[in-house]
Design a protein around this ligand. Structure first.
Ligand code: ATP
Ligand code: MG
Length: 329
Protein backbone atom coordinates (compact mmCIF):
# COMPACT_ATOMS: atom_id res chain seq x y z
CA UNK A 1 0.00 0.00 0.00
CA UNK A 2 1.14 3.54 -0.71
CA UNK A 3 1.74 5.73 2.31
CA UNK A 4 -0.15 8.93 3.10
CA UNK A 5 0.67 11.35 5.88
CA UNK A 6 -0.97 14.52 7.10
CA UNK A 7 -1.69 16.45 10.28
CA UNK A 8 -3.38 19.42 11.89
CA UNK A 9 -1.92 21.70 14.54
CA UNK A 10 -3.76 21.84 17.87
CA UNK A 11 -3.28 25.60 17.77
CA UNK A 12 -6.98 26.23 18.38
CA UNK A 13 -10.35 24.74 17.59
CA UNK A 14 -10.39 22.84 14.31
CA UNK A 15 -12.31 24.78 11.69
CA UNK A 16 -14.58 24.18 8.75
CA UNK A 17 -11.49 24.97 6.63
CA UNK A 18 -9.58 22.11 8.25
CA UNK A 19 -12.60 19.86 7.72
CA UNK A 20 -13.26 20.67 4.06
CA UNK A 21 -9.62 21.18 3.10
CA UNK A 22 -8.14 18.28 5.04
CA UNK A 23 -9.88 15.87 7.41
CA UNK A 24 -12.97 15.15 5.35
CA UNK A 25 -10.74 14.12 2.44
CA UNK A 26 -8.64 11.87 4.62
CA UNK A 27 -11.66 9.70 5.33
CA UNK A 28 -11.94 8.64 1.70
CA UNK A 29 -8.29 7.57 1.62
CA UNK A 30 -8.28 5.19 4.55
CA UNK A 31 -9.17 2.00 2.67
CA UNK A 32 -6.79 2.42 -0.19
CA UNK A 33 -3.69 3.74 1.58
CA UNK A 34 -1.55 3.18 4.63
CA UNK A 35 -2.40 6.45 6.39
CA UNK A 36 -0.63 8.33 9.18
CA UNK A 37 -2.59 11.21 10.67
CA UNK A 38 -1.07 13.11 13.54
CA UNK A 39 -1.70 16.00 15.88
CA UNK A 40 1.08 18.49 15.21
CA UNK A 41 1.70 19.77 18.73
CA UNK A 42 5.38 20.44 18.02
CA UNK A 43 4.30 22.72 15.21
CA UNK A 44 1.70 24.42 17.37
CA UNK A 45 4.26 25.87 19.78
CA UNK A 46 5.85 27.90 16.99
CA UNK A 47 3.31 30.48 18.10
CA UNK A 48 2.68 31.00 21.84
CA UNK A 49 0.29 28.44 23.37
CA UNK A 50 -1.14 28.10 26.83
CA UNK A 51 -0.16 24.67 28.20
CA UNK A 52 -3.58 23.61 29.49
CA UNK A 53 -5.28 24.76 26.31
CA UNK A 54 -2.76 22.99 24.12
CA UNK A 55 -3.37 19.77 26.00
CA UNK A 56 -7.12 20.13 25.64
CA UNK A 57 -6.95 21.08 21.97
CA UNK A 58 -4.76 18.07 21.24
CA UNK A 59 -7.15 15.62 22.84
CA UNK A 60 -10.14 17.28 21.22
CA UNK A 61 -8.45 17.13 17.85
CA UNK A 62 -7.98 13.36 18.20
CA UNK A 63 -11.66 13.04 19.04
CA UNK A 64 -12.54 15.16 16.00
CA UNK A 65 -10.41 13.02 13.70
CA UNK A 66 -12.32 9.96 14.80
CA UNK A 67 -15.68 11.71 14.86
CA UNK A 68 -15.11 12.74 11.24
CA UNK A 69 -14.92 9.10 10.27
CA UNK A 70 -11.26 8.16 10.57
CA UNK A 71 -11.14 4.56 11.73
CA UNK A 72 -8.37 4.03 14.30
CA UNK A 73 -8.07 0.42 13.15
CA UNK A 74 -7.30 1.46 9.59
CA UNK A 75 -5.18 4.56 10.25
CA UNK A 76 -2.22 5.33 12.46
CA UNK A 77 -3.42 8.23 14.59
CA UNK A 78 -0.83 9.73 16.90
CA UNK A 79 0.52 12.80 18.64
CA UNK A 80 3.67 14.24 17.07
CA UNK A 81 5.56 14.88 20.32
CA UNK A 82 5.19 11.20 21.26
CA UNK A 83 7.53 10.23 18.46
CA UNK A 84 10.78 12.04 19.13
CA UNK A 85 12.23 11.00 15.78
CA UNK A 86 10.37 13.97 14.26
CA UNK A 87 12.55 16.44 16.10
CA UNK A 88 15.68 14.40 15.55
CA UNK A 89 15.25 14.21 11.80
CA UNK A 90 14.28 17.89 11.68
CA UNK A 91 17.68 18.76 13.15
CA UNK A 92 19.50 16.78 10.49
CA UNK A 93 17.39 18.40 7.78
CA UNK A 94 18.17 21.83 9.22
CA UNK A 95 21.78 21.11 8.41
CA UNK A 96 21.01 20.89 4.70
CA UNK A 97 18.39 23.67 4.53
CA UNK A 98 19.45 27.11 3.33
CA UNK A 99 18.39 30.24 5.19
CA UNK A 100 17.33 31.67 1.84
CA UNK A 101 14.87 28.83 1.30
CA UNK A 102 13.21 29.39 4.64
CA UNK A 103 13.15 33.14 4.07
CA UNK A 104 11.00 32.62 1.00
CA UNK A 105 8.24 30.75 2.82
CA UNK A 106 5.04 32.78 2.68
CA UNK A 107 3.57 31.25 5.85
CA UNK A 108 6.59 32.49 7.79
CA UNK A 109 6.18 35.95 6.33
CA UNK A 110 2.45 36.01 7.14
CA UNK A 111 2.73 34.60 10.64
CA UNK A 112 5.74 36.69 11.60
CA UNK A 113 3.82 39.82 10.64
CA UNK A 114 1.08 38.78 13.06
CA UNK A 115 3.33 38.07 16.02
CA UNK A 116 6.30 40.36 15.77
CA UNK A 117 6.68 40.24 19.54
CA UNK A 118 7.42 36.54 19.33
CA UNK A 119 9.53 35.93 16.28
CA UNK A 120 11.16 32.69 17.33
CA UNK A 121 13.47 30.45 15.36
CA UNK A 122 11.05 27.51 15.51
CA UNK A 123 8.55 29.45 13.42
CA UNK A 124 11.35 30.02 10.93
CA UNK A 125 12.36 26.34 10.80
CA UNK A 126 8.78 25.03 10.86
CA UNK A 127 9.12 23.81 7.25
CA UNK A 128 12.08 21.55 8.07
CA UNK A 129 10.09 19.93 10.87
CA UNK A 130 7.26 19.43 8.42
CA UNK A 131 9.69 17.85 5.97
CA UNK A 132 10.83 15.51 8.74
CA UNK A 133 7.21 14.55 9.50
CA UNK A 134 6.73 13.47 5.91
CA UNK A 135 10.09 11.89 5.13
CA UNK A 136 10.25 9.75 8.27
CA UNK A 137 7.34 7.64 7.01
CA UNK A 138 8.54 7.50 3.41
CA UNK A 139 5.19 9.02 2.45
CA UNK A 140 4.13 8.72 -1.17
CA UNK A 141 1.40 11.34 -0.94
CA UNK A 142 0.69 14.28 1.32
CA UNK A 143 -2.82 15.70 1.21
CA UNK A 144 -2.46 19.35 2.09
CA UNK A 145 -4.39 22.50 1.44
CA UNK A 146 -3.21 25.13 -0.92
CA UNK A 147 -1.49 27.00 1.91
CA UNK A 148 0.96 24.12 2.53
CA UNK A 149 2.07 23.47 -1.05
CA UNK A 150 5.19 25.58 -0.69
CA UNK A 151 6.26 23.63 2.40
CA UNK A 152 5.73 20.35 0.60
CA UNK A 153 7.88 21.57 -2.27
CA UNK A 154 10.66 22.24 0.23
CA UNK A 155 10.27 18.74 1.68
CA UNK A 156 10.74 17.34 -1.81
CA UNK A 157 13.85 19.44 -2.37
CA UNK A 158 15.35 18.39 0.96
CA UNK A 159 14.69 14.71 0.26
CA UNK A 160 16.34 15.04 -3.12
CA UNK A 161 19.28 16.94 -1.66
CA UNK A 162 19.86 14.40 1.08
CA UNK A 163 19.62 11.52 -1.39
CA UNK A 164 22.13 13.20 -3.68
CA UNK A 165 24.55 14.11 -0.94
CA UNK A 166 24.55 10.76 0.91
CA UNK A 167 22.68 8.09 -1.03
CA UNK A 168 19.12 7.02 -1.78
CA UNK A 169 17.31 7.32 1.56
CA UNK A 170 14.01 9.15 1.25
CA UNK A 171 11.05 8.66 -0.98
CA UNK A 172 10.16 11.92 -2.78
CA UNK A 173 6.62 12.79 -1.63
CA UNK A 174 3.94 14.00 -4.00
CA UNK A 175 1.14 16.40 -3.11
CA UNK A 176 -2.20 14.66 -3.03
CA UNK A 177 -4.57 16.86 -4.96
CA UNK A 178 -8.07 16.17 -3.81
CA UNK A 179 -11.03 16.64 -6.08
CA UNK A 180 -12.85 18.75 -3.54
CA UNK A 181 -9.93 20.39 -1.77
CA UNK A 182 -10.19 24.13 -1.62
CA UNK A 183 -9.05 27.10 0.32
CA UNK A 184 -11.85 28.20 2.60
CA UNK A 185 -11.60 31.88 3.39
CA UNK A 186 -12.16 33.89 6.56
CA UNK A 187 -15.78 34.91 7.12
CA UNK A 188 -14.66 38.33 8.25
CA UNK A 189 -11.86 39.05 5.78
CA UNK A 190 -12.65 36.86 2.78
CA UNK A 191 -9.35 37.61 1.07
CA UNK A 192 -7.50 35.81 3.90
CA UNK A 193 -7.75 32.09 4.51
CA UNK A 194 -9.86 30.78 7.37
CA UNK A 195 -7.49 29.93 10.24
CA UNK A 196 -8.10 28.42 13.63
CA UNK A 197 -5.54 30.76 15.14
CA UNK A 198 -7.52 33.84 14.08
CA UNK A 199 -8.19 36.05 17.11
CA UNK A 200 -11.63 36.90 15.79
CA UNK A 201 -13.91 33.95 16.52
CA UNK A 202 -16.41 35.19 13.96
CA UNK A 203 -13.84 34.63 11.24
CA UNK A 204 -14.13 30.84 11.42
CA UNK A 205 -16.66 28.12 12.05
CA UNK A 206 -15.51 25.37 14.38
CA UNK A 207 -15.99 21.77 13.32
CA UNK A 208 -17.95 21.13 16.49
CA UNK A 209 -19.55 24.54 17.00
CA UNK A 210 -23.14 24.34 18.18
CA UNK A 211 -25.91 25.13 15.67
CA UNK A 212 -26.65 28.53 17.19
CA UNK A 213 -23.14 29.83 16.81
CA UNK A 214 -22.87 28.44 13.30
CA UNK A 215 -26.04 30.28 12.41
CA UNK A 216 -24.81 33.48 14.01
CA UNK A 217 -21.40 33.37 12.33
CA UNK A 218 -22.89 32.74 8.89
CA UNK A 219 -25.32 35.63 9.36
CA UNK A 220 -22.43 37.89 10.32
CA UNK A 221 -20.21 36.80 7.45
CA UNK A 222 -18.94 39.78 5.46
CA UNK A 223 -20.51 40.13 2.01
CA UNK A 224 -20.91 43.18 -0.25
CA UNK A 225 -23.49 45.66 -1.46
CA UNK A 226 -23.93 44.11 -4.90
CA UNK A 227 -26.75 41.88 -3.70
CA UNK A 228 -26.45 39.08 -6.24
CA UNK A 229 -25.53 35.50 -5.31
CA UNK A 230 -22.86 35.07 -7.93
CA UNK A 231 -19.47 33.35 -8.00
CA UNK A 232 -17.21 36.24 -8.83
CA UNK A 233 -13.83 37.60 -7.74
CA UNK A 234 -15.46 40.97 -7.19
CA UNK A 235 -17.52 39.36 -4.41
CA UNK A 236 -14.96 37.41 -2.37
CA UNK A 237 -17.32 37.01 0.59
CA UNK A 238 -20.19 35.55 -1.42
CA UNK A 239 -17.76 33.51 -3.49
CA UNK A 240 -16.41 31.86 -0.36
CA UNK A 241 -19.90 31.16 0.96
CA UNK A 242 -20.88 29.57 -2.35
CA UNK A 243 -17.72 27.47 -2.17
CA UNK A 244 -18.62 26.22 1.28
CA UNK A 245 -22.21 25.54 0.20
CA UNK A 246 -21.02 23.64 -2.84
CA UNK A 247 -18.38 21.56 -1.04
CA UNK A 248 -20.80 20.46 1.66
CA UNK A 249 -23.96 19.95 -0.40
CA UNK A 250 -22.23 18.51 -3.50
CA UNK A 251 -24.26 20.96 -5.58
CA UNK A 252 -22.32 22.71 -8.32
CA UNK A 253 -21.61 26.44 -8.19
CA UNK A 254 -23.85 26.83 -11.22
CA UNK A 255 -26.75 25.06 -9.49
CA UNK A 256 -26.39 27.27 -6.46
CA UNK A 257 -26.32 30.46 -8.53
CA UNK A 258 -29.50 29.35 -10.26
CA UNK A 259 -31.22 28.43 -6.99
CA UNK A 260 -30.66 31.94 -5.62
CA UNK A 261 -31.37 33.96 -8.74
CA UNK A 262 -33.38 37.00 -7.74
CA UNK A 263 -33.08 36.14 -4.05
CA UNK A 264 -31.31 38.06 -1.32
CA UNK A 265 -28.31 37.26 0.82
CA UNK A 266 -30.55 36.68 3.84
CA UNK A 267 -32.24 33.64 2.37
CA UNK A 268 -28.98 32.33 0.93
CA UNK A 269 -27.27 32.63 4.31
CA UNK A 270 -30.13 30.92 6.14
CA UNK A 271 -29.92 27.95 3.81
CA UNK A 272 -26.15 27.84 3.97
CA UNK A 273 -26.22 27.83 7.77
CA UNK A 274 -28.62 24.89 7.58
CA UNK A 275 -26.31 23.02 5.18
CA UNK A 276 -23.32 23.54 7.49
CA UNK A 277 -25.22 22.61 10.63
CA UNK A 278 -26.56 19.41 9.10
CA UNK A 279 -23.20 18.41 7.61
CA UNK A 280 -21.41 18.82 10.91
CA UNK A 281 -24.17 17.42 13.14
CA UNK A 282 -23.02 13.77 13.03
CA UNK A 283 -19.43 14.85 13.66
CA UNK A 284 -20.41 16.94 16.68
CA UNK A 285 -22.59 14.19 18.15
CA UNK A 286 -19.94 11.52 17.81
CA UNK A 287 -17.34 13.94 19.15
CA UNK A 288 -19.37 14.63 22.27
CA UNK A 289 -19.66 10.89 22.90
CA UNK A 290 -15.97 10.30 22.38
CA UNK A 291 -14.98 12.99 24.86
CA UNK A 292 -16.80 11.06 27.56
CA UNK A 293 -14.44 8.17 26.99
CA UNK A 294 -10.92 9.46 27.60
CA UNK A 295 -9.54 5.94 28.10
CA UNK A 296 -10.58 4.99 24.62
CA UNK A 297 -8.89 8.06 23.16
CA UNK A 298 -5.74 7.44 25.20
CA UNK A 299 -5.60 3.93 23.94
CA UNK A 300 -5.81 5.07 20.34
CA UNK A 301 -3.01 7.59 20.53
CA UNK A 302 -0.81 5.25 22.58
CA UNK A 303 -1.14 2.50 20.00
CA UNK A 304 -0.70 5.01 17.21
CA UNK A 305 2.55 6.26 18.71
CA UNK A 306 3.91 2.71 18.97
CA UNK A 307 3.17 1.98 15.36
CA UNK A 308 4.48 5.32 14.12
CA UNK A 309 7.60 5.09 16.25
CA UNK A 310 8.65 1.75 14.80
CA UNK A 311 8.49 3.10 11.26
CA UNK A 312 10.08 6.44 12.09
CA UNK A 313 13.01 4.86 13.99
CA UNK A 314 13.86 2.73 11.04
CA UNK A 315 14.28 5.75 8.79
CA UNK A 316 16.14 7.72 11.44
CA UNK A 317 18.61 4.91 12.03
CA UNK A 318 19.52 4.91 8.34
CA UNK A 319 19.88 8.67 8.33
CA UNK A 320 22.16 8.75 11.37
CA UNK A 321 24.38 6.16 9.82
CA UNK A 322 24.65 7.97 6.51
CA UNK A 323 25.42 11.28 8.19
CA UNK A 324 28.30 9.65 10.07
CA UNK A 325 27.02 9.27 13.61
CA UNK A 326 28.45 6.30 15.49
CA UNK A 327 25.71 3.79 16.41
CA UNK A 328 25.22 3.51 20.17
CA UNK A 329 25.27 -0.29 20.02
P1 ATP B 1 -3.14 27.89 12.10
O1 ATP B 1 -3.91 29.16 11.98
O2 ATP B 1 -2.70 27.59 13.48
O3 ATP B 1 -2.01 27.77 11.10
P2 ATP B 1 -4.84 26.37 10.34
O4 ATP B 1 -6.30 26.55 10.43
O5 ATP B 1 -4.11 27.04 9.22
O6 ATP B 1 -4.20 26.74 11.75
P3 ATP B 1 -3.19 24.00 10.09
O7 ATP B 1 -3.05 23.09 11.26
O8 ATP B 1 -2.09 24.95 9.80
O9 ATP B 1 -4.58 24.80 10.28
O10 ATP B 1 -3.48 23.14 8.79
C1 ATP B 1 -4.03 21.83 8.85
C2 ATP B 1 -4.52 21.39 7.50
O11 ATP B 1 -5.70 22.11 7.14
C3 ATP B 1 -3.53 21.62 6.36
O12 ATP B 1 -3.60 20.52 5.47
C4 ATP B 1 -4.03 22.86 5.71
O13 ATP B 1 -3.67 22.91 4.35
C5 ATP B 1 -5.53 22.73 5.88
N1 ATP B 1 -6.19 24.04 5.95
C6 ATP B 1 -5.98 24.99 6.89
N2 ATP B 1 -6.75 26.06 6.68
C7 ATP B 1 -7.49 25.79 5.57
C8 ATP B 1 -8.48 26.51 4.83
N3 ATP B 1 -8.84 27.72 5.21
N4 ATP B 1 -9.02 25.93 3.75
C9 ATP B 1 -8.63 24.69 3.36
N5 ATP B 1 -7.70 23.96 4.00
C10 ATP B 1 -7.12 24.48 5.09
MG1 MG C 1 -1.92 26.94 9.11
Amino acid sequence: KKVILSGVQPSGKLTLGNYIGAINNWVSLQDEYDCYYFIADLHAITVPQEAAKLRRNSLEAIAQYIASGLDPEKNTIFIQSHVSAHVELAWILNSITYMGELNRMTQFKDKSKKSEANLNSALFTYPTLMAADILLYQADFVPVGDDQKQHLELARNLAQRFNNRYSETFKIPEPYISKVGARIMSLQEPTKKMSKSDENENAYIGMVDDPDSIFRKVKRAVTDSIGVVRYSDEQPGIKNLIDIYSKLSKKTVQEIETMYEGKGYGEFKNDLAEVIIESLRPVREKYNDLLKNKDYLENIYAQGANKAEAVARKTLRKVYKKVGFIPRK
